[in-house]
Design a protein around this ligand. Structure first.
Ligand SMILES: [Zn+2]
Length: 346
């Protein structure tokens, strides 16, 4: 840390990060990340760590931005492995920088917040996202970046669309980036953009817990951690959107490709038999959701996220789903396996 001013700002960033991390409408599980630039050093959240732990633990990793940006510019595959650019002498916990480090390095502002805000994602999965965001974000210097796999492809997508003065990015099928010179400025911008993009969720009936537990039988399936998660199975429009496929990367990483819906009359055991696999989550139309007994906290956070996102999507909108190739790319990616492994240990 170069100066007292940097140290103070980093402390403020850690506090804001913990606040953002505790809000399931802003970030879920290990998703989202924050950073601060101190000279040529970028302090960024470590891969697999949770923003909500930013105050209690040291989750920020120092990265050499000059060589990382050179790698992005030269389309060097090394840019997809930001750990190569970690400043090991200052990296006391030997954590890997976030796989989204390049997003932060590309923004020229000192403070960058990247969140998986459900209001943004609900818009970012609609094919009309760019037009709708333009209608809502009057007075904001923003850019739309269509979906690219996080890492080098996303960095290149951002580099192509970044204009001087832009301090807000909407990432298609992914989330939001806001940037400012101070933590307070970034927090205010995040609040402003979120308010402009916010849409009320559709209201749904209560889950039928008794019926769900009966359907679980002796399979070890359990209720989700958050009662809000059931909405994705109860609301027919949300369910239709979920059944269509995978809408954003962290869904694929922690819940698998798309969503599994039980057919009429099927209990958990019937679904397992039909699919010959034990899905992390099963949607029971009109009743609610059941989770595999050993599904982790990240899976629970992502099923809640799916309910929160789909409840806000315009029911008349056409949706962009990740393609089979994009799903496969996420499932078979070394950096994501590392993140999953680190999460399993939490
Ligand atoms: Zn992200």
């Amino acid at each position: 840390m170069a100066t007292h001013a940097d140290a103070q700002e980093l402390a403020a960033l850690r506090s804001l990060s913990a606040t953002i991390g505790r809000d399931p409408h802003m970030t879920q599980a290990a998703g989202g990340n924050t950073s601060l630039k101190a000279g040529d050093t970028l302090w960024i959240k470590a891969s697999g760590t949770w923003l909500k732990d930013a105050l209690a633990e040291d989750i920020m990793v120092p990265v050499d931005t000059v060589s990382l940006l050179k790698a992005v510019e030269g389309r060097d595959p090394a840019a997809d492995r930001p750990q190569i650019f970690a400043i090991e002498a200052l990296n006391t916990r030997k954590l890997r920088p976030s796989i989204e480090t390049t997003v932060h390095a590309l923004m020229p502002q000192r403070i960058v917040l990247h969140v998986h805000c459900v209001d943004t994602i609900s818009l970012a999965v609609q094919t009309d996202c760019e037009d709708e965001a333009a209608r809502r974000l009057g007075g904001v210097e923003w850019a739309y970046v269509p979906y690219f796999r996080p890492g080098l492809p996303l960095a290149q997508g951002i580099a192509e669309r970044l204009r001087p003065g832009v301090d807000v990015l909407i990432l298609g099928n992914h989330g939001l980036v806001v940037a400012a010179e101070t933590v307070a400025g970034a927090q205010a911008l995040l609040r402003r953009v979120n308010a402009l993009l916010a849409r009320p969720p559709r209201q749904v009936a209560q889950p039928d817990i008794v019926a769900l537990l009966k359907l679980a039988g002796e399979t070890g399936y359990r209720l989700p951690a958050d009662i809000e998660a059931h909405a994705v199975a109860i609301d027919p429009e949300s369910r239709r959107m979920a059944v269509g496929g995978s809408l954003y990367p962290d869904h694929v990483i922690f819940l698998g490709n798309g969503s599994v819906v039980a057919r009429s009359g099927e209990a958990v055991a019937d679904v397992i038999h039909r699919l010959d696999t034990r899905p992390a989550a099963i949607l029971f139309p009109g009743l609610g959701v059941l989770m595999r007994g050993d599904a982790g906290a990240s899976a629970d956070a992502m099923i809640r996220c799916l309910a929160d996102v789909t409840a806000r999507v315009d029911v008349t909108a056409r949706l962009n789903y990740l393609t089979d190739a994009e799903n496969d790319q996420l499932m078979n990616w070394d950096a994501e396996r590392y993140r999953q492994k680190l999460n399993a240990a939490i």
